[in-house]
Design a protein around this ligand. Structure first.
Ligand code: AMP
Ligand code: MG
Length: 413
């Protein structure tokens, strides 16, 4: 079903505030399976608002307006709906009572203009606003559903989540809700994934298959419209099986499962323990591992060894090695991993050492250079990468990759 969003407010057109409401509403409508085809921004002007509405009602079934529900003369959303539909504004007595109560609780008296907010085009309903004075509007007229929510973002979010979405879900039930299942991948680039899935992507129908790439991660999202979750899973299952066959160990999780959760699951399944030795990530890897409840069952120790001296004292990295190869070297990463494994007694130990920047790079060892190592009873695996990025992105990317190295080492991928 098609939807359009209309953001109302001259301050939006002037660029004084960003239209964050429209993004929020877009995401929420998509989540219930409404297809947002157009978004509009219009000033506080009755004629232009009616114009935009008359275009929208020819294209979309559901029209969501935000803003322009306040008490002042330039808040014109209600008036525009009344004019468009030919339904005069009428006062809702319960809303009037609620407004009196709202002001009484705050020791204030409402002004006549506040009562404007108790009006709705004939046949429409007001939507409760528990966090402010402006009620929303729900109005079915001919083929269209008009929904108006207040502009202040906290009020808008509350009304969308607690009132608009439940009603929309109810209404769309016959139509089917949108269900999704997202496979999360690591170690493959977007174009590699696209190549591996080329025929599936070209022939996709139900479920639809979409790729989303972010730094260090690609997601494959399956989507289908179905009456309930079980029916949706039946549509997803054969496609997911085929995707897993092609993508193999690159699939580390589904939906909200993070890499640190995947690492924890692999360690628990193997009955193994883990330690980490970190230089350039400053404890981020240990922090992510311990974000998972129950990490104490497999996480033994995290060493943040930032200086060369600490690498020697805490992990036993030889002074000669540091002098000859430097702290950012494959040899140092390997020695850090071996040292962490030995000193903690863990089955697996990972280590990272690199140059996060922005300073400290040289032609031989540029900013973004990083060595990552994983040690187990069989030996040590070292990986070199060059990722010039902000410190924060660099640390995130290194932590994600080393966690993936640990995971793959455990599952033998
Ligand atoms: P209104 O409901 O039009 O009186 O809007 C009240 C206030 O909500 C405005 O002054 C803005 O600060 C905020 N607001 C309105 N529309 C938006 C929007 N689309 N995105 C973010 N904030 C908004
Ligand atoms: Mg406004």
């Amino acid at each position: 079903m098609k939807a359009e969003i209309i953001s109302v407010g001259t301050e939006l057109l002037l660029g004084e505030i960003d239209d964050t409401n429209a993004s929020y509403i877009s995401r929420r409508l998509a989540a219930v399976g409404l297809d947002v085809y157009y978004r509009h921004t219009v000033g506080d002007n009755l004629k232009r608002l009616v114009q935009v509405l008359s275009g929208a009602r020819r294209r979309a079934s559901v029209i969501v307006l935000c803003g322009g529900l306040g008490p002042t003369p330039d808040d014109l959303t209600r008036e525009a709906l009344a004019e468009l539909t030919g339904r005069p504004l009428q006062t809702v007595p319960e809303a009037e009572m609620r407004l009196h109560r709202f002001f009484a609780e705050r020791g204030r008296t409402p002004t006549p203009s506040n009562f404007k907010q108790c009006q709705v085009p004939r046949g429409g309903e007001l939507l409760d606003n528990p966090v402010g004075t402006a009620p929303g509007v729900w109005l079915q007229h001919e083929q269209n559903l008009y929904i108006a929510v207040p502009g202040p973002p906290p009020e808008m979010r509350e009304m969308i989540d607690s009132q608009v979405l439940p009603r929309l879900r109810q209404m769309l039930k016959k139509n089917g809700t949108l269900w999704t299942r997202t496979l999360r991948l690591s170690g493959l680039g977007e174009s590699q994934v696209a190549d591996l899935l080329a025929d599936l992507l070209a022939a996709q129908d139900n479920p639809t298959i979409a790729l989303y790439a972010s730094p260090g991660e690609v997601r494959v999202r399956l989507a289908t419209k179905a009456p309930d979750e079980i029916a949706a899973q039946q549509v997803f299952a054969p496609v997911e099986q085929e995707l897993r066959k092609r993508l193999g160990p690159a699939v580390y999780g589904v939906d909200d499962e993070t890499m640190e959760v995947a690492v924890g699951q692999a360690l628990l399944a193997a009955g193994a323990t883990l330690a980490v030795a970190e230089s350039c990530t400053g404890g981020l890897i240990a922090s992510r591992i311990t974000d998972v409840p129950g990490a104490s069952r497999y996480f033994v120790a995290g060493y943040v060894t930032y200086s060369n001296q600490a690498k020697q004292d805490v992990l036993g990295v030889p002074a000669d090695l540091l002098r000859e190869k430097g702290a950012v070297s494959a040899e140092c990463a390997e020695a850090m991993a071996r040292g962490a494994r030995q000193r903690s007694g863990a089955d697996y130990a990972a280590a990272v050492t690199g140059i996060a920047g922005p300073g400290g790079g040289t032609p031989e060892k540029p900013v973004g250079l990083v060595y990552m190592a994983v040690a187990d009873a069989q030996g040590v695996e070292v990986c070199r990468q060059l990722w010039p990025a902000s410190r924060e992105q660099f640390k995130q990317r290194v932590s994600q990759t080393v966690l993936d190295m640990i995971r793959r080492r455990i599952i033998g991928g």
